[in-house]
Design a binder for this molecule. Structure first.
Ligand code: AMP
Length: 363
């Protein structure tokens, strides 16, 4: 395995996952003179459309993984649920950044929350659940409402069941797990003042740069809007940035770590979730920062100096979800709007098809 201090422009970046996060990373990599080779199981992926090379294969295809590893200089990812077995194959041949140790923690809500709590950082109060009886016990301890979440493979609210005042724990368990065994958590439902996130970049030498704290508004469990900066006190923003930096350091991340948090009405910051990759709440950095999160990822995994992360102006990012993408003719005509479309052919409800960043807006 090559372990060069710096992977220079002209090299090939391997990208696991073919969605819009990979696409925007590949575009940023191209700007710095890198080629990107994507490995994805999706034909005609948004990322492959802008890459020098694409491998379309299953993540269980060892021959395809081996050939991919031989063709690239470093591997990063835009999808944290890459099967661990695929990472083992790749890591035997090539640098994978962030590494398998980071992904093992962030792919599992139980390991992730335990890791964060061990650092002395608060998460939403939670209990582990592996049966209907566990769910009943956890809701009795934590109170209601609560949320039952699968430990693995959930995103955008998938794999979650709300436990309201009258809901039956056994029915909720059946809805989540069916007749199968499943690792899950029950979390207290937080009546938060707002949701925030912080994205931190870290290089192989441990140098670190964090983006400012932003505020996130979700609709139907999907991020609808990011407001930059978050409308919270400077002290709370600093606390959130400190939490994100501590977790990034403790996990020994090389690449990016996004930390999603809740701000409670009594002024506490609770960690909700970690993502070791570019994050939807960082899309505004493309238009309002000297270094976007995507360029920063390329810099971090290639061992280049990290770029400045200050915001040039206030901004609001709105996702274009499902048929909202039909607004593009109006948005592209707006001087203050920066439109990004992901090249996805099929419009489906809940699918992220693009985003728009409004420069200078505060809400
Ligand atoms: P997650 O998949 O855990 O990021 O959850 C997606 C979204 O659901 C979050 O961003 C919140 O808007 C909401 N949510 C998840 N867990 C909780 C909770 N414990 N309390 C309140 N809202 C939650």
């Amino acid at each position: 395995m090559k372990d060069l201090a710096m992977i220079p422009p002209g090299s090939t970046l391997g990208m696991l996952g073919g969605g819009q996060l990979g696409r925007m990373t590949a575009l940023a990599a191209a700007r710095l003179g890198y080629r990107t080779h994507v490995f994805t199981n999706e034909p005609d992926s948004p990322c492959a459309q802008v890459c020098a090379e694409a491998t379309v294969a299953d993540f269980t295809d060892q021959r395809a993984l081996t050939a991919f590893a031989a063709a690239v200089d470093v591997v990063t990812l835009e999808w944290e649920n890459v099967p661990p077995e695929a990472l083992v194959v790749l890591a035997g041949q090539i640098l994978v950044r962030p590494g398998a140790g980071v992904l093992a923690v962030t792919r599992d809500r139980i390991l992730e929350k335990s890791f964060v709590n061990r650092l002395g950082i608060e998460t939403t109060p939670w209990r582990r659940a592996g049966s209907a009886a566990d769910v009943a016990r956890a809701t009795a301890e934590l109170g209601r409402p609560a949320v039952l979440k699968a430990a693995r493979l959930g995103y955008d609210g998938k794999g979650q069941v709300l436990l309201g005042e009258d809901s039956d724990p056994a029915a909720a368990w059946r809805q989540l797990a069916g007749d199968h065994g499943l690792d899950a958590v029950v979390e207290q439902f937080v009546d938060y003042a707002c949701e925030i996130s912080v994205i931190v970049a870290r290089g192989p030498d441990g140098r670190r740069r964090g983006y400012p704290t932003v505020e996130n508004q979700h609709e139907h469990h999907i991020l609808a809007r990011t407001i930059v900066p978050a409308r919270i006190s400077p002290a709370l923003a600093a606390r959130a940035e400190d939490i994100a930096a501590q977790i990034t350091e403790a996990l020994d991340v090389v690449g990016l770590l996004a930390v999603e948090m809740f701000v409670t009405r009594d002024g506490r910051v609770l960690v909700n979730e970690l993502a070791p990759r570019p994050h939807n709440s960082g899309h505004w950095t493309l238009d309002a920062c000297a270094t976007s999160q995507f360029e920063q990822l390329v810099r971090a995994v290639c061992g280049l100096p990290l770029g400045p992360t200050d915001r040039a102006c206030d901004a609001v990012m709105e996702n274009l979800i499902g048929d909202q993408v039909g607004r593009w003719p109006e948005l592209i005509a707006e001087p203050g709007a920066r439109l990004h479309l992901y090249g996805k052919r099929e419009v489906r409800p809940g699918r992220k098809l693009g985003h728009v960043t409004w420069l200078g807006r505060t809400e």
